[in-house]
Design a protein around this ligand. Structure first.
Ligand SMILES: NC(=O)c1ccc[n+]([C@@H]2O[C@H](COP(=O)([O-])OP(=O)(O)OC[C@H]3O[C@@H](n4cnc5c(N)ncnc54)[C@H](OP(=O)(O)O)[C@@H]3O)[C@@H](O)[C@H]2O)c1
Length: 334
């Protein structure tokens, strides 16, 4: 039986996610409904993607009995309310990153998923790319020896995007793009909490971070460093260095289509989209969608590749980095 998806929010990433789903077999994945704040937006989205049901409110989607899992593609200040809406309606959820604005909100979401006995995953799509699967395989077999250093970068000019610059829309480089570097580091160090974090950053007049550099020290004298910027283009690659060699993730490290292991390159192309995409390599969201299907088929409530503990850890680290850089959201005061 196909996994029946409902899409919450008819914006840019929801468009790309729906295109990505359609690169998978229809016997496995179907988009059966879309909901937006305005019915016309949902109807337009439904027309574009041939979806049979359009709703003018998220609540109607939550009441739809024909949905197996909801993809939440709204901006992050609304992840808490939408996650709670769907988990309380006993719907499984795949929610865009960051799972929420801070640790407190993440805890609330995860507690609600647990209480309602539903599957929930933060949509850290990078982890499910074949290149990321290969990185984990190489690390598990000790291909680079003892880990010593991880470096990652994500910088793209986003000053023209209101949701990247405005505080009330959840603006800020750490939550939007730094999270990809952070999740990469946490993946390589297998979910370990760093012993020490030092962050320095620059903020916009709106009070959100635009460029941040972070160093992290892990146990056994292992280090990581990452930079993120919503003002300038950075090299956008990542590297894992161990005592016996290196694994390089050439640009773009958040949606990797190639790897270099000890200097030898391998390509992992993503499928072509049937409609133009808003973001790079978005058909690669198919891999996280398939992970959700596999988890649901097995009756799991979380993914072993992007477990709740990792969402908790990411949120804690993001809180600490924002504290050091001086970014406070209204949600932090509640
Ligand atoms: N995985 C990735 O590669 C990736 C890439 C980009 C973004 N994202 C994540 O996806 C989320 C959405 O990003 P996006 O670029 O798709 O955003 P977007 O197109 O600007 O907005 C997405 C949706 O959020 C709702 N929304 C927007 N502004 C709102 C407001 N002021 N008040 C209430 N709701 C509002 C709208 O839902 P309605 O349609 O219901 O009106 C809108 O369609 C973010 O959390 C972001 O971090 C992930």
């Amino acid at each position: 039986m196909a996994t029946r998806w409902g899409i919450c929010g008819a914006g840019r990433i929801s468009h790309d996610f729906t295109v990505a789903l359609k690169t998978l077999p229809t016997e496995d994945h179907q988009v059966v409904a879309v909901a937006a704040r305005k019915l016309e937006s949902a109807q337009e989205f439904a027309r574009k993607h041939s979806i049979s049901q359009a709703y003018g409110s998220y609540e109607e989607l939550a009441r739809d009995p024909n949905i197996d899992v909801v993809y939440i593609g709204v901006i992050h200040p609304f992840h808490l309310s939408t996650c709670l809406l769907f988990t309380n309606a006993k719907k499984n959820v795949l929610c865009e990153k960051p799972l929420a604005m801070n640790s407190r909100e993440v805890q609330e979401i995860l507690a609600s998923a647990k209480k309602n006995d539903v599957f929930l995953m933060e949509a850290v799509w990078t982890r499910f790319f074949p290149a990321s699967v290969e990185i984990r395989r190489l690390l598990a077999q000790g291909e680079v020896g003892d880990l010593k250093m991880v470096r990652a970068e994500f910088g793209v000019p986003l000053m023209h995007v209101p949701r990247a610059t405005q505080k009330e829309l959840g603006g800020g480089a750490i939550l939007d793009i730094g999270i990809y570097c952070l999740q990469f580091i946490c993946m390589v160090y297998d979910g370990e909490k760093p012993e020490c974090i030092q962050a320095t950053g620059i903020c916009l007049d709106t009070g959100v971070d635009e460029t941040v550099v972070v160093t992290l020290k892990f146990s056994k004298n292992r280090m990581a460093v990452f930079s993120c910027s919503s003002v300038v283009q950075l090299p956008n690659d990542a590297i894992i260095v161990g005592t016996k060699g290196t694994i390089k993730v050439p640009a773009h490290m958040w949606c990797p289509t190639s790897l270099e292991v000890h200097g030898k390159g391998t390509q992992y192309p993503v499928p072509e989209p049937y409609l133009p995409l808003n973001f790079l390599n978005s058909t690669g969201m198919r891999y996280e969608a398939e992970e959700v299907r596999q988890c649901l088929l097995k009756g799991l409530k979380e993914s072993a590749v992007m477990p709740h503990a990792d969402s908790r850890l990411l949120a804690e680290l993001e809180d600490e980095i924002r504290k050091q850089v001086g970014v406070v959201y209204s949600q932090d005061r509640q």
